[in-house]
Unconditional design. Structure first.
Length: 307
């Protein structure tokens, strides 16, 4: 079914202009605090990490410092493992899963890897529980040269000096009911396209890289997360969100072609997690733990496979 008139901003069939974007921005409200939830947690980790401010977002009247955590005693001969969260600010477990991993488990591989954790790529979106930035742009479609999205450009610039030395990158996301009730309808309205309703997968799944899928790596993560929460099944078409399921809980995307965060490095092992916090079979705490389990399993698999 296609719905041509669904979202309350704009004219069906006509892409948004500046007026529509301004109307959308005027509806956004701060609902939680990046300073309290994220910056304070990062400050509490200074004794265990090198805390790097890799940029700052200027969205008047507010400014948002962007932080990364790096292993202390960085050694150039060690492989780099990258964990990112909060590319979509509304995806809560991506942020808090990354912070929990850093707090509780980062020391497990001390001296074996250079670890980089970026807990919240999009703090404005985190505070407003939104997918986009204030310009109505999705950071996770704009990790590309000359990106118009400040969040994406800042992360790429930060990673650039060690980009080719990253062996593993796991990007922590979640899929919520608001994908269908708000974000996909807003996207269709913004682009002047018809809205075609879809379904939200019930459970955890991974988006691997179609150019370099590394199926054993993906399945190692699925096996680890299955001990924490349930894995999303394929739908009646053998798909998850419109993509063929290539193994239990795994689909593949062309990460770099689509400008997705998990494609920003030369990592051999890369993936995007997705959990479903609105499931009646999962709690927010389980979703956080699923993200942690995936990150731990990713590092352990790579270290074991690399000998």
């Amino acid at each position: 079914m296609t719905m041509t008139a669904f979202y309350p901003i704009g004219t069906p069939g006509k892409p948004w202009g500046d007026a529509e974007k301004a109307e959308w921005l005027g509806r956004q409200r701060k609902q939680r605090s990046y300073a309290d939830d994220v910056s304070r947690a990062i400050e509490g980790l200074r004794s265990r990490f090198e805390v790097v401010q890799y940029g700052e977002l200027d969205y008047p009247p507010e400014r948002y410092p962007l932080f990364a955590l790096k292993s202390p005693g960085w050694r150039d001969q060690l492989p780099v493992m990258l964990v990112t969260g909060g590319v979509h600010g509304y995806e809560t477990s991506g942020v808090h899963g990354a912070l929990r991993f850093a707090e509780r488990h980062a020391a497990e591989h001390a001296g074996r890897v250079n670890l980089v954790v970026v807990p919240c790529v999009s703090p404005w979106g985190y505070e407003r529980i939104h997918r986009w930035n204030p310009d109505a742009l999705d950071p996770n479609r704009n990790f590309r040269a000359g990106s118009p999205v400040a969040e994406s450009a800042a992360l790429m610039a930060f990673v650039a000096p060690f980009r080719e030395r990253v062996l593993m990158h796991i990007d922590l996301h979640e899929t919520t009911d608001t994908d269908e009730s708000e974000f996909r309808p807003a996207l269709a309205a913004r682009d002047g396209a018809p809205f075609e309703p879809g379904t939200v997968p019930d459970g955890f799944y991974l988006c691997g890289d179609s150019a370099r899928p590394e199926p054993e790596f993906q399945q190692a993560l699925i096996a680890a997360v299955a001990k924490v929460t349930h894995i999303a099944p394929a739908d009646a078409n053998g798909e998850i969100i419109g993509s063929p399921v290539v193994a239990p809980g795994v689909i593949n995307y062309p990460l770099q072609q689509w400008g997705l965060c998990a494609g920003i490095t030369g990592a051999r092992y890369r993936t995007t997690t997705e959990v479903y916090p609105d499931s009646p079979r999962a709690t927010p705490a389980q979703c956080n733990e699923a993200q942690v389990a995936a990150a731990r399993a990713a590092i352990e698999f790579v270290l074991t496979s690399a000998g």
